[in-house]
Design a protein around this ligand. Structure first.
Ligand code: TYM
Length: 332
């Protein structure tokens, strides 16, 4: 049994990609591992969200976690800002991280875009804080979507740099756990970009706040092509939107892409889209209903966060004392 750490930014618009790429795997993995599921509100600050929105998003995401099946009796749910060790360790790790490593991060390049000089330091240092999140708990496994692969390689490099610098074997090198199906869910409007919370078009993503009518409309409008579905995904290499929808179907029905292609071989997309809509509604609607019930009881959500924060603080604080000792800082 290892220890899991993973996190999600409470920036609103929780979508199907977050669920299929990350959350559904957390639900499965919590049974086997001690699990810490964080709401990374400090990371969310890099986009300077409206304060009241950030506060309400935190509760909304806790409701999503619970409704999707995270068990608060078994796993710890907490906001990043409740545990000061994340920032303290972030600083220590930043002193071990060469700028060259950060300059390679594609997510920073994408987010900063042409405004690189205007991008804030938080956005640039984002992966170092992410390393601190994971290493403060000495986590062994990190279930994430494919887009986080590069950040997790960096976390392993930073953990290795610490161990080497101080000649210790203190941090385990955490393993990314990336699912085979739907590890990267793409936009419904453009199969070459990932489904994202910040895409200006709501039609690009299925959100967990969408009711069945909204889901049906978004799938009806989702981009496809006029050709029938091929029995072999390799024959569809350049049909990105088609492959994305088939991949979503596979992830939701626990089947490989090959199996889905075989099932729908020769059929056109209007029939497939009906089947996909049914599957999406059957999966998401019960979660949406449960979310609404959880959101009606904010005291319970706050109590769950408090319990998770307490446990996270205790563990991270023990580790921080050991880390301070290793690097030569006086213990608290
Ligand atoms: P965030 O909030 O952007 O994403 C949360 C999780 O959702 C996954 N994801 C996707 N998976 C498949 N298809 C998509 N289109 C898609 N979009 C998002 C992400 O891979 C992620 O697993 N940097 C992290 C937050 C974080 C973190 C951590 C994660 C901060 N500290 C420590 C793990 C461990 C992020 O991208 O969040």
């Amino acid at each position: 049994m290892g220890r899991i750490f993973s996190g999600l930014q409470p920036t609103g618009n929780f979508h199907l990609g977050n669920y299929l790429g990350a959350l559904r795997n957390w639900v499965a993995m919590q049974k086997e591992h001690e699990s810490f599921f964080c709401l990374v509100d400090l990371h969310a600050l890099t986009t300077l969200p409206e304060p009241s929105k950030l506060r309400s998003n935190v509760r909304e995401i806790v409701a999503v976690y619970l409704a999707a099946g995270i068990d608060p009796e078994r796993s710890y749910i907490f906001p990043q800002s409740a545990v000061s060790a994340h920032c303290e360790l972030g600083w220590i790790l930043s002193c071990l991280t060469p700028l060259g490593w950060l300059n390679r991060m594609t997510q920073f390049k994408e987010k900063a875009g042409k405004q690189r000089e205007q991008a804030n330091l938080g956005l640039y240092a984002y992966p170092v804080l992410q390393a601190a999140d994971i290493l403060a708990y000495r986590a062994t496994h990190v279930p994430v979507g494919e887009d986080q692969k590069q950040h997790l390689e960096l976390v392993r490099d930073i953990a290795g740099a610490f161990n080497r610098q101080y000649q210790v074997d203190y941090f385990p090198l955490p393993e990314p756990v990336i699912l085979k199906t739907a590890a990267r869910v793409m936009s419904l409007r453009d199969g070459s970009v990932k489904m994202s919370k910040s895409d200006p078009s709501e039609y690009s993503r299925i959100q967990f706040s969408d009711d069945p009518d909204a889901i049906a409309l978004k799938i009806r409008k989702a981009k496809t092509d006029p050709d029938p579905i091929a029995g072999d995904p390799k024959a569809m290499e350049n049909r990105l939107e088609a492959l994305n929808l088939l991949g979503i179907y596979g992830a939701l029905s626990d089947q490989s892409l090959d199996a889905v292609c075989r099932e729908f071989e020769g059929q056109n997309f209007s029939h497939f889209k009906q089947k996909l809509t049914e599957l999406l509604i059957n999966t998401l609607e019960p979660i949406r209903q449960k979310m609404t019930v959880f959101l009606k009881n904010p005291e319970r959500l706050d109590a769950i966060l408090e319990k998770g924060s307490q446990k996270a603080r205790d563990l991270a604080c023990t580790h921080m004392n050991e880390i301070k000792d290793i690097v030569g800082l006086l213990k608290a």
